[in-house]
Ligand binder design. Structure first.
Ligand SMILES: Cc1ncc(COP(=O)(O)O)c(C=O)c1O
Length: 398
């Protein structure tokens, strides 16, 4: 048989999915590895959808999504993101992830360079490589609150660079870029004639600071903003996200929507309208609860002498594992064996993140309270050079 496509065989599977699958064989494992909200979908969204399935047409919609949904998104963007747009500036996508991929497909030719954050969500890298673009990673380090260093970015630009990709609030660092940083990123793109793609998946999950959408200052059609209902409304499985950009970009994305997915699931689009236009107190309630869990996690980290990132947004915390010698994937496998705790290997977010593991703060409070001290205990033992077997026997003896 002839080999499969090189774009597909050339990329590795996400290490998070690897740990998730592995953890399925560990009964009673504590799951701190995935970003899956544990809240129910808001009741008014469920009700709206039940009504729709009884009374409304649920066939294909326009490729760009239902007009009523795009109008609801216009309202949301004016209300929360200081963005004034029309429905022609919006395409509804299968979650933010599809918006990321379709944006890259639309902007990038094979061999073009895209500046991606490191640490950053691993799917950005995978999507860029599927488009045969070249990811060039810009570091964001704890010492600079995980914001980009513009001087370093300057050194990475070549004549092939086409896109600066940013993600605030960030998965996995929890960084929330300041207004000044957002402006600086846009100015940088203007100076070098780059597109600015801004993944704002966690725009409503901010604990300190403010969320700033750089598209509010864009008068040239340089910015593509990516948003989703997934995390804000605990609607991850509904798969409704969207991209906001200039009319030419949206019209190109709408054209390629047809061979990719035709349109987003119609019932889920109705649910998204209810989520965006309905009462928003559920969003505040979830945000307050994530913030409470963030505080618990940071306090537990201090008590257990873990060195961690302090997330100002999103719902992840990085734990530094550099006190021990293993890479993050080996560490996470052994952590499962020794302590029955699943965490996400930092490697999933880039090579520079291999000294960290990521824990998810949308896990239940009990899981955080039980899981973090176990992680700390295993880290201590691994730092002392104990094998998993020695750790298990030590636990059996205690
Ligand atoms: C930064 C970031 N972008 C995009 C996504 C994908 O979101 P969606 O579920 O809406 O596709 C995620 C999901 O974890 C994410 O963390």
């Amino acid at each position: 048989m002839k080999p499969l496509s090189r774009s597909v065989t050339g990329i590795d599977r996400s290490p998070i999915r690897f740990i998730l699958d592995r953890a399925a064989a560990y009964p009673g494992a504590i799951h701190l590895e995935i970003g899956q909200p544990d809240f129910a979908v808001p009741a008014h969204v469920m009700e709206a959808v039940v009504n729709v399935t009884r009374h409304e047409y649920t066939g294909y919609t326009a490729n760009a999504g239902m007009l009523a949904l795009r109008e609801a998104i216009v309202v949301k963007l004016a209300r929360e993101n200081d963005m004034r747009v029309t429905p022609e500036n919006i395409i509804v996508t299968v979650g933010a992830m599809h918006a990321v991929y379709a944006t890259m497909m639309t902007l990038l030719n094979p061999g073009d360079e895209i500046l991606l954050p490191d640490p950053g969500y691993g799917n950005f890298n995978m999507a860029a490589r599927l488009c045969q673009a070249t990811p060039v990673f810009y570091p964001t380090v704890a010492e600079r609150s995980f914001e980009p260093d513009l001087d370093v970015l300057e050194t990475l630009v070549t004549e092939r660079t086409k896109v600066l990709f940013i993600n605030s609030p960030s998965n996995p660092t929890g960084a929330v870029f300041s207004r000044a940083m957002m402006r600086a990123c846009l100015d940088f793109c203007r100076r070098h004639d780059l597109y600015l793609v801004s993944d704002e998946t966690y725009d409503r999950l901010i604990y300190e600071g403010e969320h700033v959408s750089p598209a509010q200052w864009d008068d040239e059609g340089r910015v593509v903003t990516i948003l989703t209902t997934s995390k804000t409304y605990a609607m991850t499985g509904w798969r409704v996200g969207y991209a906001v950009a200039s009319k030419p970009i949206i019209s190109a994305m709408t054209k390629i929507q047809e061979p990719m997915v035709s349109c987003v699931n119609t019932v889920a689009q109705h649910g998204a309208i209810a989520a965006l236009l309905g009462p928003q107190d559920c969003v505040e309630a979830m945000r307050a609860e994530y913030r409470r869990r963030r505080d618990i996690a940071v306090e537990l980290a201090l008590e257990n002498e873990l060195s961690v990132s302090y997330p100002h947004g999103a719902f992840y915390m990085l734990v530094d594992i550099s006190a021990q010698p293993k890479d993050s994937v080996a560490f996470c496998c052994d952590l499962l064996d020794a302590e029955n705790v699943a965490a996400a290997p930092g490697l999933a977010f880039g090579e520079r993140c291999d000294r960290y593991v990521r824990v998810s703060l949308c896990a239940k409070e009990e899981a955080i309270r039980e899981g973090l001290p176990r992680l700390a205990r295993y880290l201590q033992r691994a730092a002392e050079g104990q094998t998993v077997t020695e750790t298990l026997s030590a636990q059996a003896a205690s």
